[in-house]
Design a protein around this ligand. Structure first.
Ligand code: PXP
Length: 258
């Protein structure tokens, strides 16, 4: 299983102090040493963590392919075309959200997304679509000319946390009314949905990645889905690197996903 390590939150920590450390550029060395397969960054419209300057330096200096997550906003797409990362993963983006909530609506935004895909491909940038494990979204993605999709595992991860911890804030509040039996059932259903979605993607000729909310506790079940070839993991790796060091946190994740 390939591992893309999302290093945005190194920049989140740096920006909390508005100074120059920790520098996300320094992560590249540790990613390579630990055997990561890809660097993932999200150039958000509000630049809350990774900046244009970070993205430029990371792309210019990375030993590994760089996957930039971005919205379909034309200004952002122009920047991405100039930056020329290996891959762009198109994601929905809302200014007020804490993290990417839900997948891209490829059905509703078909025309806009098609134009963006064309532009990125003209610039020799591979394109992936970050979508929910929803059969209709997968079919539409295959239809509009991408070779790769990333399935959003956020609901699975949130159910896993709701079942296994006492955390009781949004987004877990939505599960507040569920008793443990219902939570377990919902978790099983979501896992089955991700499995079936990955299989459908492969049957339609797509490569399938997955990510969001994955951590040491919940990653194995997703990594065991044979149709999924890559995971992109950020928050939990960076969070655990406070205690283990970045290299060890990545090695531990690599061991779990095989
Ligand atoms: N994949 C995509 C497309 C994302 O937008 C994100 C979050 O930036 C991730 C993976 C990583 O999510 P997490 O930080 O929860 O591991």
């Amino acid at each position: 299983m390939k591992l893309g390590v999302n290093i945005d939150h190194i920049a989140t920590l740096r920006n909390a102090r508005r100074i120059n450390e920790p520098d996300p550029l320094m992560a590249l060395h540790f990613l390579k040493e630990a055997g990561a397969d890809q660097v993932t960054i999200h150039l958000r419209e509000d630049r809350r963590h990774i900046t244009d300057f970070d993205a430029k330096r990371i792309i210019e200096n990375s030993f590994l392919p760089v996957n930039i997550e971005c919205s379909i906003n034309p200004e952002i797409i122009d920047i991405i075309c100039k930056l020329k990362p290996h891959r762009a993963t198109l994601v929905p983006e809302k200014r007020e959200e804490v993290t990417t909530e839900g997948g891209l609506d490829v059905i509703r935004l078909e025309k806009e997304i098609k134009n963006v895909i064309e532009k990125l491909k003209e610039n020799e940038i591979e394109v992936s679509l970050f979508i929910d494990p929803d059969f209709e979204q997968i079919k539409k993605s295959a239809e509009i000319g991408v070779e790769l999709i990333e399935l959003h595992t956020g609901k699975y991860a949130n159910l896993h946390l709701a079942l296994n911890t006492n955390i009781n804030q949004t987004p877990f509040k939505v599960f507040e009314k569920f008793d443990r039996k219902t939570l377990k059932k919902e978790l099983e259903l979501e896992l089955k949905l991700i499995k079936d979605a990955a299989k459908l993607g492969v049957d339609l000729g797509l490569e399938v990645a997955a990510g969001h909310g994955l951590n040491f506790q919940n990653v194995k079940e997703i990594a065991n889905i044979k149709e999924i070839i890559e995971l992109n993991i950020g928050h939990s790796i960076i969070a655990n690197s406070v205690f283990l060091g970045l290299k060890n946190a990545i090695i531990k994740m690599k061991e779990l996903i095989g």
